[in-house]
Design a protein around this ligand. Structure first.
Ligand code: AMP
Length: 281
């Protein structure tokens, strides 16, 4: 018989639930509206850990003032069913009041690698991410924490924070789950109108084309970025925000790709901002 999943909100309830878990304990932080990408993280945690904690928290501090915090999609009932079916032991769903009580004033900031790419487009985003993930780590005390390659810079920033703050936690990065046509799964895909959804495959097509060029020997980073631009620009519903071909460690733009690189892009489909990436190595 499968054990039942505990759903907790208050910190004290979480600490009690955590005390019943045998290690190693795996943590899967999410903002909810779960899809198969999230569940792949949970399943990997389940294979590698004895106890699995998932968190659902739409973290206000990682959203900019003009971003989609208020309308971020939510489906708690559906999320809990998926998490239970995937074998999660404890779900922690704190409120913003619990995470950031009145008078809150402590922040975690990874300095350099948060400046380019997503950091340059979303000022303050990574400070919100690292602060909340540090708080999730402190409260759940996992042995391993699972993140998606879909948010490649986020995973690298969290790995850096983990090292810098001496957390005894192994960061595990899981490959990007995609829809049948190649679109990276994302809670934000639910914003797309049907014609935008069809057109959104252009991100994957553009990354694929640049990867093919790389595999055929192209090492000039600007020419790889141009392959992406040319394909995105052919799609009238898509507006490229940035394309990057950057060093995988520092996220600084490359001239020549002669070490592990991240090819990444952000595209607006109407008001919906989508990101995706491939690793070149
Ligand atoms: P989010 O709920 O968007 O904050 O995502 C929670 C975690 O799931 C993050 O570590 C994401 O990188 C990861 N994730 C989101 N989409 C995918 C995907 N398509 N495949 C794998 N992991 C994903």
């Amino acid at each position: 018989m499968s054990k039942s999943m505990l759903i907790v909100m208050q910190l004290e309830e979480l600490f009690l639930a955590r005390s019943f878990l045998d290690g190693p304990v795996g943590l899967v932080p999410t903002m909810g509206y779960l899809h198969a990408g999230h569940i792949s993280l949970v399943e990997k945690a389940g294979l590698e850990c004895k106890g699995v904690i998932a968190t659902i928290f739409v973290n206000p501090t990682q959203f900019g003032p003009t971003e989609d915090l208020e309308k971020y999609p939510r489906n708690i009932d559906g999320d809990l069913k998926l998490l239970e079916a995937a074998g999660v032991d404890v779900v922690w769903m704190p409120t913003a009041q619990i995470m950031y009580p009145p008078g809150y004033q402590t922040w975690v900031d990874v300095e350099n690698m948060t400046k380019p790419l997503e950091g340059s487009m979303r000022p303050g985003h990574f400070r919100g991410v690292t602060t909340v993930v540090a708080k999730l780590f402190n409260a759940t005390r996992p042995d391993r924490a699972y993140f998606g390659q879909k948010d490649a810079q986020q995973a690298a920033v969290i790995r850096q924070m983990t090292r810098d703050l001496s957390y005894p936690i192994e960061i595990i990065v899981c490959s990007t789950r995609r829809e049948a046509d190649g679109l990276a799964m994302s809670s934000r895909n639910s914003y797309l109108a049907p014609e935008q959804r069809l057109a959104a495959v252009v991100l994957f097509r553009a990354l694929n084309a640049a990867q093919s060029a790389y595999k055929e020997g192209e090492r000039n980073a600007e020419r790889l970025r141009q392959v992406v631009r040319d394909i995105i620009n052919l799609e009238p519903l898509a507006k490229l925000q940035y394309v990057s071909c950057a060093d995988y460690e520092t996220f600084q733009e490359l001239e020549v790709v002669n070490s592990k690189a991240l090819l990444s892009l952000a595209v607006f489909m109407g008001a919906t901002r989508l990101i995706d990436n491939f690793i070149l190595e």
